[in-house]
Design a binder for this molecule. Sequence first.
Ligand code: ZN
Length: 73
Amino acid sequence: MDQRSKGAQVYLCPMHPDIRQPNPGKCPKCGMNLLPEGTRFGLLRHMVSSPLHIGVMLALMVAVMVAAMMLLR
Ligand SMILES: [Zn+2]
């Protein structure tokens, strides 16, 4: 998950993960400040920025809850 912590830092747009730059700056598509990849804050912002990621997290939470309920039965 944090493979890039050592090595070249990559900055990416929270809204456009395909935008990757070796230096901090602004996204050419939306003008948002690029976030350093690998930081917990950047990862959190990235996760929250994508409905797909939120859906995956919710699905995981529901799956864990359902599994727990079935085990308690
Ligand atoms: Zn962008």
